[in-house]
Design a binder for this molecule. Structure first.
Ligand SMILES: *Cc1c(COP(=O)(O)O)cnc(C)c1O
Length: 353
């Protein structure tokens, strides 16, 4: 009942995450999780940290920020950490945006941006992708109160080059430009090296996808120290301890396991490109992906039908019932075996319909 709800609560349209399965043996290709387990050293570090759970965690997670800074050749005061990158994206709204100046993001992108805009009462203007589902940098030169770009974009998987990101930065010296790089480790080039040149750039990454740690909830933002300070002020006005001891320990260990990181992300990219070829042979249009998922549309069979038939066959993928993309499926890259099973099932389904 709505009796005790604030008008804000009534106005919200919360984000709907992809399904998590309970016990059933689905092939789970619907939430862009990594098919590989985190490395053993991460589990060991978490076990070790569990001895200190009596104590609050270090509020600014200094050792973790230090380790991320080293990894990106930055300093600790250019690094912010959060409980998943979603939390950081949320903190950015009160940190950088005003209610009366609309922010810009693409019409087709991560649907959480709209949700935060409503929660924090920030107006937004949607900037259309072109007919090939690409972000056009020159369309982000209009007046605005801030910009959010997912690069690679979700759910398309299409990636902008550094030169294209730089067009957006150059044309917006008075706005914070957030680049959400949740999928950057699957073949794109990070904008991190532009940070010394642009004090309005904030790059946001996560350990959820390329580092196999979706369940640990760790994300980070990289940018000019004064942007980081703004995020710290917001965090410390909300919750001093957004990362627990287990998350901090596991994340630090993850950044020490670079061989494993390189090996698994390369494997996912190779399986992605093989899967894209196989899908094209089955009559799918496959958008060029630099992410750990493919966004595909069949020449003959509606995405909604394929979604239901795959689910009945025990394979979960993601379907968005939204304008311009309601004939597409987003398919996470699983193991090579997962993707062989997917192709076999799709071939049967397509043959029958
Ligand atoms: C998965 C995802 C995130 C959120 O990642 P968490 O760190 O798990 O909160 C952010 N942005 C995009 C575009 C994503 O796909």
């Amino acid at each position: 009942m709505n009796r005790y709800w604030s008008s804000l609560t009534k106005s919200l349209q919360p984000y709907i995450p992809g399904e998590q399965t309970k016990g059933q043996s689905f092939i789970k290709l619907n939430t862009n999780e990594n098919p590989f387990s985190p490395p053993r050293a991460v589990i060991d570090a978490i076990n070790k940290a569990s001895c200190d759970l009596r104590l609050y965690p270090p509020p600014e997670a200094d050792f973790l920020r230090e380790s991320i800074a080293t990894n990106f050749s930055l300093t600790k005061d250019e690094v912010f950490v959060g409980n998943g990158s979603d939390e950081i994206l949320g903190f950015c709204f009160p940190a950088f945006f005003e209610n009366d100046k609309p922010i810009l993001f693409p019409d087709i992108t991560y649907s959480f941006y709209k949700v935060y805009a409503t929660l924090f009462k920030v107006n937004y203007k949607l900037v259309p992708l072109d007919d090939e589902y690409r972000i056009v940098p020159e369309t982000f030169t209009q007046k605005n109160g801030g910009i959010i770009i997912a690069n690679p974009n979700a759910p398309t998987g299409i990636c902008l080059s550094i030169a294209e990101i730089e067009i957006i930065l150059k044309n917006n010296p008075n706005s914070v430009v957030m680049i959400d790089e949740a999928y950057i480790d699957f073949g794109g080039t990070t904008a991190v090296r532009l940070i010394p040149k642009y004090d309005n750039l904030l790059v946001i990454q996560t350990l959820s996808k390329s580092r196999s740690l979706a369940g640990l909830r760790v994300g980070f933002a990289l940018g000019n120290a004064s942007l980081i300070e703004a995020l710290t002020r917001i965090k410390n006005s909300f919750n001093s301890y957004t990362l627990d001891r287990l998350a901090i320990a596991g994340a630090i260990a993850s950044f020490n396991e670079n061989d494993y990181f390189e090996k698994t992300r390369k494997e996912i990219m190779a399986v992605r490109d093989e899967t894209a070829n196989a899908l094209q042979k089955l009559g799918f249009r496959v958008l060029p992906s630099k992410a750990n998922f493919l966004f595909v549309s069949h020449e003959r069979i509606a995405a909604k039908v394929l979604f239901a038939k795959l689910q009945a066959a025990g394979i979960l993928v993601r379907y968005f019932d939204a304008p311009r993309i309601d004939n597409f499926l987003r398919i996470t890259i699983g193991t090579a075996q997962d993707m062989r099973d997917l192709i076999v099932n799709l071939r049967m389904i397509i043959g029958r319909v």
